[in-house]
Write a protein that binds this ligand. Structure first.
Ligand SMILES: Nc1ncnc2c1ncn2[C@@H]1O[C@H](COP(=O)(O)OP(=O)(O)OP(=O)(O)O)[C@@H](O)[C@H]1O
Ligand SMILES: [Mg+2]
Length: 367
């Protein structure tokens, strides 16, 4: 009797163990009846749990997954059971990795079989992202090499056109053509520069950074990039803002790109308001302290079909734009583990909101 109750305790223990497993588990008898299935299995198969499932034929319980049933039916016939095999579930497109095993009684007779499996979709996605990163790295290297090669002849064109311009002061026609050549060369150079910046992998030089300092540097830097005209920049930066773990140069670049967009949108008139405040990022169980920086302009705003594409590399509505400004912005925000969104509508101006965590995940904490 004592021995029996110990076995019962073990049974409950095993039931709970299987129930709580983070793998899908199911088992069935020789005649194909389900004897065990855990919650994770239901989740992966996306099958609603019924109280009478146990004891029913597996083929019925899993009728939405004929490909799984087929595999289960072979288990008593094949000599060599796969230890690690993969299967794509038809309805959901999920990929599961599974192991099959026979269940034997004390005398070694086969009385059933079990399947142990895991949803590999996420693993696949990670691998896919890894592959994409490799591809982008290769592409980036190529783009960087080409850009580098193009830079020298471009600089040559600009210098030589400048020389020629000095030699042809008496011909206004030649002067105009040469000025055009120089401008075009400058523009091509700017694009090359931006492509280089975009494809270069970001390595953050993390430091304690005052966001307000980065914004101030950006205001200065933006003036060297585009004509501000009479645009007034208003800053609302509380003194008490926490410093963040970030790369001050990259952040300056980020804010500069946002400012140049605002200046270009406003064509020399109006006001840009930059405000910052302490906030929380609700991205984990406990959330994280963060700084919110908002850039609001009084430009023409954008229709939603434009706004949807602004972060894509090379998307531009400007004759002289490369369309990389916001793609670089997104890259820098991502590298800081932050987030960015945009509120805009035609005639309503544009507000870009950048949220940067005070401390990013791993990497940042120690610096
Ligand atoms: N503040 C803004 N107001 C209105 N439109 C904007 C604003 N910011 C971005 N856009 C739109 O988004 C597009 C993409 O911006 P992005 O900064 O990526 O490239 P760009 O400014 O066109 O070129 P680049 O920044 O490379 O010189 C712009 O061409 C413009 O149409
Ligand atoms: Mg831009």
């Amino acid at each position: 009797m004592a021995r029996r109750s110990a076995v019962e305790a073990d049974d409950t223990f095993f039931r709970h163990m299987v129930g709580g497993m983070r793998n899908g588990v199911l088992a069935f008898t020789r005649d194909g009846r389900l004897t065990l299935i855990n919650d994770e299995a239901y989740t992966i198969f996306d099958v609603a749990q019924q109280p009478e499932d146990l004891g029913r034929p597996v083929a019925e319980v899993l009728q939405a997954h004929p490909e799984v049933v087929r595999v289960l039916h072979t288990v008593f016939e094949v000599h060599h059971l796969p230890n690690r095999a993969e299967l794509r579930l038809r309805p959901s497109g999920r990929v599961i990795g599974y192991t099959l095993a026979l269940v034997r009684d004390d005398s070694g007779r086969v009385i059933g079989a079990s399947m142990f499996f895991k949803d590999l979709t996420r693993v696949e996605q990670l691998e896919e992202r890894e592959r994409l990163r490799d591809r982008l790295a290769a592409l980036g290297e190529m783009a960087a090499a080409i850009a580098h090669e193009v830079k020298n002849p471009l600089a040559g064109i600009e210098v030589m056109a400048g020389l020629l311009r000095r030699k042809t002061v008496e011909s206004p026609e030649a002067q105009k053509v040469l000025a055009d050549i120089i401008n075009e060369a400058k523009m091509a150079n700017k694009i090359v520069q931006e492509v280089l910046e975009f494809v270069r992998p970001i390595r953050l030089q993390v430091d304690r950074t005052a966001v307000s300092e980065a914004v101030r540097s950006a205001v200065q830097l933006a003036d060297t990039k585009v004509k501000r005209g009479d645009i007034y920049v208003e800053m609302q930066m509380p003194e008490t803002l926490p410093q963040i773990h970030g790369d001050p140069h990259q952040l300056t670049q980020l804010f500069t790109n946002l400012l140049t967009n605002a200046y270009e949108a406003m064509e020399g008139r109006g006001r840009v308001t930059i405000s910052a405040s302490a906030t929380r990022m609700e991205d984990g169980a406990a959330g994280r302290d963060a700084v919110l920086v908002e850039f609001a302009d009084e430009g023409p705003g954008m229709p939603s079909d434009v706004a949807d594409r602004v972060f894509s590399p090379f998307f531009t509505t400007k004759a002289q734009g490369s369309g990389l400004g916001l793609a670089i912005v997104r890259k820098i925000v991502d590298a800081h583990d932050g987030s960015i969104d945009m509120q805009t509508a035609p005639g309503r101006g544009t507000k870009v909101r950048v949220t940067l965590p005070v401390v990013g995940i791993d990497g940042f904490v120690n610096s």
